[in-house]
Design a protein around this ligand. Structure first.
Ligand code: ASP
Length: 431
């Protein structure tokens, strides 16, 4: 019952964000075409109301980044630390989760570079009122690696140096897991702080419709129609990369490692995907996913009760895909050339960002900040993406949880915990 009400609330927010998006775009285009420039339009509306509310919303999101990622990573790595208890299952699951995520970002970067979503969009027009474009300093490869280790974690935290924060958080989480009850109070502190940050995220998201309205309205009133095509291309690129990951990478891996029929698998798992899609929340799908894998695919709950919640916490391939395409989009829109080292950094950071993304709506957009920071892209580009993120959030959540389910089935098969008879029966039932 409670879940139902929750779901309704979330769907309500989605609808509101869409309304904000469309109304903002329309108003922006009307202002751009029909209203002549002047004090009221430029200073009061565009650079006043739209700018303050839009940037205010971005700042709220940015405010969440450091504490949210830090706590979420400490908690995530605490559960990774636990994997020792599960030996083989833990290690195999982790390898598959990390491997599929790195693969996902690679697919995203390739698709992004193929579709070139940001070319033709001149973001510098929208940019001028905010901070200047971050000029990239070409740090050497050795320095890039060394910079991951903080010499003072408090400096890292206060300046938001994400790789250092991630490094320290992972370290801390692993030690907390190792110490177990001896560090129970600190572990609980981080778990509770993590819950608090998730709640704060939900509250910030409640003002998203207004934030999205103003951000989009400002963009379109400055750029007019020229922003439509790049945005559609960005959406198309993300959706295409998600489809490749889901239907080619996952189903290919499933076929190779288990020999199960991928189409039956997807059909059996479809209700869970639909649930993930409608709620945009991996966490909410955990029980249904475990049940479906047990009842229709024959995956032992001994495996899935560990791997599915872990996956919902640390394995976000769909999110990583959105981040990969977003990097290409922003770099092109701001005319920033990315080097090979940048691309490798993106693969590394987005894999870590995926671990740090909580399985609730829109967090992928927050952790995107850290990927942008890692390669010196201006976070203002997120403003444009934010407007259309909701639909992508829903779609990537469906892919996130499919990735967890596929890896779980493969690991179950490797650990002889897959009852093929159940899968075969589920196949016959539909005939
Ligand atoms: N909504 C996603 C999930 O729950 C996370 C994200 O990408 O924002 O899986």
């Amino acid at each position: 019952m409670a879940e139902n009400t929750n779901q309704k609330k979330k769907l309500g927010l989605t609808t509101k964000i869409f309304i904000g998006l469309i109304a903002g775009a329309l108003l922006g285009v009307i202002l751009n075409i029909f209203v002549p420039s002047g004090y009221v339009k430029d200073t009061i509306i565009i650079e006043g109301v739209f700018y303050i509310i839009g940037q205010g919303f971005i700042r709220l999101m940015q405010m969440l980044v450091v504490p949210l990622v830090f706590c979420s990573l400490v908690c995530g790595s605490m559960s990774i630390g636990d994997t020792k208890k599960l030996g083989n299952v833990g290690v195999r699951t982790l390898i598959f989760y990390l491997f599929t995520t790195a693969l996902a970002i690679t697919v995203a970067l390739l698709v992004g570079n193929l579709i070139n979503p940001g070319i033709g969009l001149d973001m510098s027009a929208v940019q001028q009122a905010s901070t200047e474009i971050a000029t990239q300093e070409a740090a050497s490869f050795a320095d890039t690696i060394l910079n991951i280790i903080p010499t003072n974690i408090f400096n890292g935290l206060s300046s938001g140096t994400m790789l250092q924060i991630i490094f320290f958080a992972l370290f801390l989480g692993i030690i907390l897991a190792k110490l177990g009850d001896r560090a129970g109070i600190v572990s609980n502190f981080f778990s509770q702080f993590n819950d608090i940050m998730m709640e704060m995220t939900m509250m910030v998201m409640a003002v998203a419709p207004f934030g999205v309205f103003c951000l989009i309205a400002r963009t379109f009133s400055t750029l007019g129609f020229s922003a439509f095509i790049p945005m559609l291309k960005y959406m198309g690129a993300v959706l295409l990369a998600l489809a490749i990951q889901c239907f080619i990478v996952y189903l290919g891996l499933l076929k190779v490692f288990t020999g199960l029929n991928p189409f039956i698998f997807i059909r059996n798992f479809f209700p869970v995907m639909a649930f993930g899609f409608s709620t945009a929340t991996s966490n909410a799908t955990i029980p249904l996913s475990i049940e479906t894998l047990a009842a229709k695919m024959g995956v032992s709950k001994k495996i899935s009760s560990f791997t599915i919640p872990l996956g919902a916490t640390i394995n976000m391939d769909g999110t990583a895909i959105m981040q990969g395409v977003a990097v290409v989009f922003a770099a092109q829109a701001f005319g920033i050339d990315l080097t090979m080292v940048d691309y490798i950094t993106v693969i590394g950071t987005a894999t870590l960002a995926s671990i740090g993304t909580a399985g609730i709506p829109s967090v992928g957009l927050i952790t995107l900040t850290m990927v942008f920071n890692a390669v010196g892209l201006p976070v203002q580009a997120i403003a444009l993406i934010m407007g259309i993120d909701r639909i992508l959030d829903m779609t990537r959540t469906a892919v996130n949880i499919t990735g967890d389910a596929v890896c779980t089935t493969i690991v179950a098969n490797m650990n002889k915990s897959l009852d093929r008879e159940v899968f075969r029966l589920s196949r016959q039932k539909t005939k």
